[in-house]
Write a protein that binds this ligand. Sequence first.
Ligand code: LLP
Length: 426
Amino acid sequence: MGTGVLSPARPPFPRLGGVLHCGSHSLEALADEHGTPLYVYDGDRALERLSTVRDAFRGPELLVAYSVKANPNLALLDLFARAGAGADIVSGGELYCALCAGIAAERVVFAGVGKTRDEMRQGLESGIRAFHVESAQELEVLGALASELGREAPVAVRVNPDVDSPTHAFTRTGHARAKFGVSPREALALYRRIADHPHLRAVGVDVHIGSQVREASPFLRALDVILDVAARAGRETGAAIEYVDLGGGFGIEDPVAGELDLPALGREVALRLQKASRPLQLVVEPGRFLVGDAGVLLTRVLYVKRSGGKTFVVTDAGMTELIRPSHYGGEHAITRVREGRQAPAEEVDIVGPVCEQGDFLARGRSLPLPSRGTLLCVHQAGAYAAAMASNYNSRPRAAEVLVHDGRAALVRRRERYSDLVRNERP
Ligand code: LLP
């Protein structure tokens, strides 16, 4: 097992007649109509990826809880809701978005080390599937609130399995020094407290080891840990554990390596669940795997500039639209939307207009030199691109277009200058 699935069955954003398309829509036409920078999402691709996840984990009863943080656009959430997916949320805002889009509350799981009382109340009142509790103090606050409201709070303890995952330090969450989850030992102590509390009920055991993980073995080590916690919580505290949640983080292909072999991981997971002492539902929380390669960022070249022995391609998108290259060393393929006369390849930095030296989309890329006005496509910008966009340098956020069922729809309009100041009072 391991990595190595290099080509998706149907590559999204195919080149037709020399021009990149989303479904039957030319990206050039979409950029002309809506301006740049522009995010374009392929809804059919996102749903195809949801099926890929369901196929990979077929066998156990399955809940795919889409990790809203990857891309909270309501149109995407609506597609997932209609397809019966749930949601993994980490804030009251994400709960609001998920419910707005019609995701059923009983398919929503709520993680995060810093849930506020108000957010817990929101979760309790809407009847979510479970709170993924990450500390003893959090459990105490949830228990007190549930008593006050006369409700029962469903709980899964998020276990920190002390598993290292080969990914960027900022997206590695399963090692003991990370802020996430509690040790298996502390988890058992929390299950005891839950058993003793009249308004808390243990329903699951949760883990999430990181993001963009392309090897199966860390997931399996983490699963072994939570299966053991589930069995012991049942034996030692009488908890009736209904599910184990393996988290998200399934790595997708990037210019450096292939994607996680999800079917192979799914087979191993099913084998382990079959051996569990009671039937357990499986929850998975993919974000990037569902929407990462279903989105692109279109940007136009403003200027080409040579200085200090370097060549800079200055684009109208930068770290405000895609922070991944500068923040995580993320590598995103960048190609021309229209195949052009092939200038000889040169090594260039593709940089944005933001006044920061750390503002770049790619560094040291070998590229046939584009010219002013060339439309470029930044690939795999469906996840953690628009979701992490900012108004830094007072730049209005870009528009978002969703292509689905043959139609291209503007699903978020470009912000106007008035949006920049709408919450301010002079
Ligand atoms: N579940 C939990 C509890 C999470 O914290 C996350 C991501 C996921 C699921 C989904 O992970 P995914 O399947 O999307 O990898 N901004 C970073 C990624 C941060 C991920 C945070 N948590 C990036 O652009 O690489």
